[in-house]
Design a protein around this ligand. Structure first.
Ligand code: ZN
Length: 245
C-alpha cells in the first residue's frame, strides 16, 4: 500500500496540483488538516479533498474558517484570511469542514493527527515536545502537521532524534522506519511551507516496505500569489510563499 500523506494545504490549489502531478500513483490519500486559510482557492481544495482523500483530521484553520473557533486567538493576518475564507466557502464545503473529526485517527498500523496526540492545537516543534507526545501514540508511526516543517522525530527510549527533510538541492529523501520505535513524522506543508524551502512538501508512506519518502516539488508560486492579491488578502500571505517561511 502506498499512501500519499498531505497536510496544511491552506487553499493553495497550484501547490496541491503540483504535488498530485509529482506524486505519481498511490493507493490512498490522507490529510493531517488545515485544508483552508491563507491562500485564495479554498473551494477548489475542499472539493478535491472531499472526492479524493480517504481520511482527514481537522486543523485549527479548518475550525476557524468554518466558524467553530473564536478568531480572537488568531493573529491579525490569520484572522483576516479566516474571515475571507469563511465568506468564500460554499455552504456544502462549510458543512464538510465542520464535520471533520478531531485527530488522532488510527488507520491499520499508524495514526494521523494535526498538532499533537492530546491537543490538536499544540505545535510539536522540538525534541522535548516530540518525546512527550510520543507517550500518547497508540501506534508506532504517526503523521502530523501544524508546524509546516517537513521531517519529524524518532523517539528512542534513550533519546529523541530529528528526522531530516531533503536538502534544498534534492527533491526527495527516503527513510527506513525502525520497528517498535515511535515516529512522529511531518509530511510538511503543501500550501505554505515554513522551513525555509518554498517548494510544496508531502510524503509517501509504504507500511509494508517500512519507508517514508519525503518529497518537495516546485509549483506556480506567482499564480498563487496573484490570486491572493486579487482576493484582497493580506500582502504578507503572498510574499511569504516565495521564501517558504
Ligand atoms: Zn497550518
Amino acid at each position: 500500500m502506498r499512501y500519499l500523506i498531505i497536510s496544511d494545504i491552506h487553499g493553495n490549489w497550484e501547490a496541491l496540483q503540483a504535488v498530485l502531478a509529482d506524486a505519481g500513483s498511490y493507493d490512498q490519500a490522507l490529510c493531517c488538516g488545515d485544508l483552508v486559510g491563507y491562500c485564495a482557492d479554498p473551494n477548489e481544495v475542499v472539493c478535491w479533498v472531499r472526492d479524493n482523500v480517504k481520511a482527514v483530521v481537522r486543523g485549527n484553520h479548518d475550525r476557524a474558517c468554518a466558524g467553530l473557533e473564536d478568531l480572537e486567538w488568531f493573529n491579525p493576518v490569520a484572522r483576516a484570511a479566516a474571515s475571507w475564507t469563511g465568506s468564500a466557502l460554499t455552504p456544502e464545503n462549510l458543512v464538510y469542514l465542520r464535520s471533520l473529526p478531531r485527530g488522532p485517527i488510527t488507520l491499520d498500523s499508524f495514526q494521523i493527527l494535526h498538532g499533537s496526540p492530546l491537543d490538536e492545537d499544540e505545535y510539536v516543534a522540538s525534541s522535548a515536545a516530540a518525546g512527550q507526545a510520543a507517550q500518547y501514540l497508540e501506534k508506532d508511526v504517526a503523521f502530523f502537521g501544524h508546524t509546516h516543517q517537513q521531517g519529524g522525530y524518532l523517539c528512542h527510549r534513550n533519546g529523541v532524534r530529528r528526522v531530516m527533510p531533503p536538502d534544498f538541492e534534492k527533491t526527495r529523501r527516503v527513510i527506513q522506519v525502525e520497528r517498535e520505535v515511535p515516529y512522529l513524522i511531518n509530511p510538511g506543508s503543501v500550501g505554505q511551507p515554513r522551513d525555509g524551502d518554498p517548494r510544496a512538501a508531502y510524503a509517501i508512506y509504504d507500511p509494508e516496505a517500512r519507508t517514508v519518502e519525503f518529497r518537495r516539488t516546485q509549483y506556480d508560486i506567482l499564480s498563487a500569489q496573484s490570486k491572493i492579491r486579487d482576493a484582497g488578502l493580506p500582502e504578507a500571505l503572498a510574499e511569504r510563499l516565495q521564501f517558504g517561511n
